[in-house]
Write a protein that binds this ligand. Structure first.
Ligand code: 5AD
Ligand code: SF4
Length: 453
């Protein structure tokens, strides 16, 4: 019998991209081969997102598209990830063509689930785990540029932000053994990778002392063998000075000065922090259960700038959360003006079933108002982003080349430490090389320049 082939599509966050690479590894181990296109595969997997309603609508649309293919080839269709976890068996009833439903902690059982599906059984595993970190699995790099890679350092989330479905779809927070992280990073380095992004829902609460528990001990300085995020960053930074390190996502309530100190100390840790604020209004932050005030958030921004004046900061903002007044919205705009974020991901609030907000608060901001507020937020951010990029023109940037620029095969594309995309003529440079580039012009998001010796 010829080898079975699989194809996997990732939706949503970077964590899903990383998870798909774990799935790729589990299937390859069991004899499956990666297909280049969905049309050729025996098994198509969609690794899904449930964070907002429109993310789920996108998956439903894709499933409808796949209906034709299933008719022709009898392809097995699997839904993985957050939407699978949220809807469980219901998904099989609602979407008749789905054969497999597997939640984020169930990927080791995928080969068995595929066998069940082949036998005509509906195959579902949505059991969440308190321990699973897939620590021993070496991810198969999918769609890789061979230069940058994701490394998952923890799974799940215990924060319970009231708007967020993630604690329900990804389960309890657990940290991965730091030595397995180091091993993965060293392996990547051997394969020629030059940059890793450490991933977690809240990297600042990374904590490992053998069993992952008893967080407060480290705060009191009693458990010297334990590894917190600052220590982990240091360990990864010391693997090789030529290896760049990024991480995401930071949480304003947990980001310590110790982390900032380590970032400032190591030039190979990129000077970029993604620090979601969500809102600039204290009553809204309180209802969101974020665990900080606007004043606290601003004090963390001050701390970042104290340690690293050149650090770029990006954020997430939600417009129109339950009970948000025009005055609350103005507070968000004011906070944005105070901070001047380099970049932001901006969303309209989307009520998610079972979340704290759905149970406790009314989704009472009219759609039109949400939309208008979001547009104001986006317009302001566009100004700030453009200003920030403009300020970088005329300066010299250290850029890691990731590949061809999107618009021209004569130009390289890479990023500087602050995560800004820089485009420049190829000359004799190679992919994976660090190059000094002087920025001579810019678009609203990208620097354009020329390498200097
Ligand atoms: N509605 C809108 N945006 C949301 N996010 C999370 N949940 C929701 C929701 N229900 C946003 C937050 C978070 C980012 C990943 O997605 O801003 O930081
Ligand atoms: Fe969701 Fe909050 Fe956890 Fe982020 S920190 S995944 S927004 S619950």
């Amino acid at each position: 019998m010829s080898q079975k082939t699989f194809y996997i599509e990732s939706y949503g966050c970077q964590m899903n991209v990383s998870d798909s690479e774990i799935v790729g590894s589990i299937l390859s181990e069991r004899g499956f081969r990666l297909a280049q296109e969905a049309e050729q595969a025996d098994l198509i997997l969609l690794n899904t997102c449930a964070i907002r309603d429109n993310a789920e609508q996108k998956i439903r649309y894709r499933l409808r598209e796949l209906k034709q293919l299933k008719k022709q080839k009898n392809t097995i269709i699997g839904v993985l990830g957050c939407m699978a976890e949220r809807l469980k068996n219901q998904l099989l009833e609602e979407e008749q063509l789905v054969d497999i439903v597997a939640g984020p902690d169930a990927y080791r059982s995928l080969p068995e689930l595929v066998e069940d599906a082949e036998d005509g059984k509906k195959a579902v595993n949505v059991i969440l785990s308190k321990e699973e970190t897939y620590a021993d699995i070496s991810p198969v790099r999918l769609n890789s540029n061979g230069v940058t890679a994701f490394v998952t350092i923890m799974r799940g989330c215990d924060n319970m932000c009231s708007f967020c479905v993630v604690p329900f779809t990804r389960g309890r927070e657990r940290s991965r053994n730091p030595y397995s992280i180091l091993k993965e990073v060293e392996d990547l380095l051997k394969q020629g990778y030059k940059e890793v992004t450490l991933l977690g829902q809240n990297v600042d609460s990374y904590y490992w002392n053998g069993d992952g528990a008893k967080k407060d001990l480290l705060k009191k300085g009693q458990d010297r063998n334990a590894v917190n995020f600052a220590k982990l960053l240091k360990m990864v930074a010391e693997v090789d000075p030529q290896l760049r390190i990024r991480f995401s996502t930071s949480h304003p309530k947990d980001m310590t000065d110790e982390v900032l100190e380590v970032m400032a100390q190591y030039s190979n840790i990129c000077k970029y922090i993604h620090l979601p604020v969500q809102s600039g209004s204290n009553p809204v932050l309180e209802r969101m259960n974020r665990g900080y005030t606007a004043e606290w958030y601003l004090s963390r921004i001050d701390a970042i700038r104290r340690y690293m004046p050149d650090c770029a900061i990006s954020t997430d903002i939600i417009a129109g959360f339950c009970g948000e007044t025009e005055a609350d919205h103005q507070e968000t705009l004011n906070l944005m003006k105070t901070v001047k974020f380099d970049f932001a991901y901006m969303f309209m609030y989307s009520e998610r079933p079972k979340t704290l907000a759905e149970r406790k608060y009314k989704d009472d901001v009219p759609e039109e108002v949400k939309k208008n507020r979001l547009n104001e937020i986006i317009a302001l951010q566009q100004q700030h982003s453009a200003e920030k990029v403009q300020q970088q023109v005329g300066k010299i940037h250290e850029v890691l080349i990731e590949g061809d620029s999107r618009k021209s095969s004569e130009m390289w594309m890479g990023r500087n430490s602050q995560n800004v995309v820089v485009v420049f003529p190829k000359k004799h440079h190679q992919k994976g090389e660090y190059v000094k580039v002087v920025a001579t012009q810019c678009t609203s998001t990208t620097l354009i320049g020329e390498s200097v010796e």
